[in-house]
Design a protein around this ligand. Structure first.
Ligand code: GLN
Length: 253
């Protein structure tokens, strides 16, 4: 065999080995279920104990493609590696599509638009991002919030989980937590004495996308077709309302 052919054959073999288990009819997802209302653990979720907007979307995509769905829990930092290893087929984790992440994986079309916001105490004097300059800032490790604060050049402390960062704030050990908008709203409704401060000029809009290992255009196309459908018929918008209102109702009780 010519060298080029050998390389081609070897590449094909590796691709087969690394190919996701889709052939078995199961779409294997991973998430980090520390990000309400998109993913969290509950007694009875939409996929096993996994519940949230993303979990409902994952299930709908699998059903739309006549496949079973499975969900695995990983650290947020490990999600893209699991994809590259072929451990799972897709990541759905409120993950913002960024140029840096696009170097490692492919993204399906965006399904949700969010932005970073600041959670502060109700009596805080922080009114815009620049006010964070002399404050103690908390972020969550590996989230786009950390990247934003880093780019602004402010020192910060990074936590593994959103709940940990919010506890620091509640306990008066920090002044502000920078995190995604819908998740911030959830934490503010769950904890007394907190509010959200927005700064649309400092924090750009972010788009969430499902990540797929590079080289699986067929899977990206299938998922894109489903997402397009669910965006057009309003299913995704309805899910977002359902999961944020469910919380508001529970809080009102
Ligand atoms: N959107 C943020 C990011 O992509 C946070 C995502 C998450 O925690 N699930 O970094």
């Amino acid at each position: 065999m010519k060298l080029a052919k050998v390389i081609a054959a070897a590449t094909a073999a590796t691709m087969l080995l690394a190919a996701p288990v889709m052939a078995e009819g199961t779409l294997k997802f991973a998430t980090n279920p520390e990000f309400p209302p998109f993913e969290f653990i509950t007694a009875e979720g939409v996929i096993d104990t996994y519940d949230g907007i993303d979990m409902a979307i994952a299930k709908m995509i699998a059903e739309d493609n006549d496949m079973e769905v499975s969900m695995e829990s990983l650290e947020f930092d490990s999600l893209l590696v699991a994809l590259q290893n072929g451990q799972v087929d897709a990541i759905i984790a409120g993950m913002t599509i960024t140029d840096e992440r696009k170097e490692a994986v492919d993204f399906c079309i965006p399904y949700y638009t969010a932005t970073q916001v600041m959670i502060v105490k109700e009596d805080s004097d922080i009114t815009c991002a620049a006010d964070m300059a002399d404050k103690k800032i908390c972020v969550i490790q590996g989230y786009t919030g950390e990247i934003c604060v880093n780019e602004m050049g402010y020192p910060y402390e990074a936590f593994k989980k959103g709940t940990e960062a919010v506890m620091e704030l509640v306990n008066g050990k920090c002044d502000v937590v920078v995190i995604d908008s819908a998740t911030a709203a959830k934490y503010v409704s769950d904890n007394e004495g907190l509010k959200i401060v927005e700064d649309a000029e400092a924090f750009e809009a972010e788009e969430y996308g499902i990540a797929i290992a590079k080289g699986h255009e067929d899977l990206v196309e299938k998922i894109n077709a489903s997402i397009e459908k669910f965006l057009e018929d309003g299913t995704i918008a309805a899910l977002a309302v359902e999961y944020t209102e469910a919380e508001a109702d529970a809080d009102a009780e």
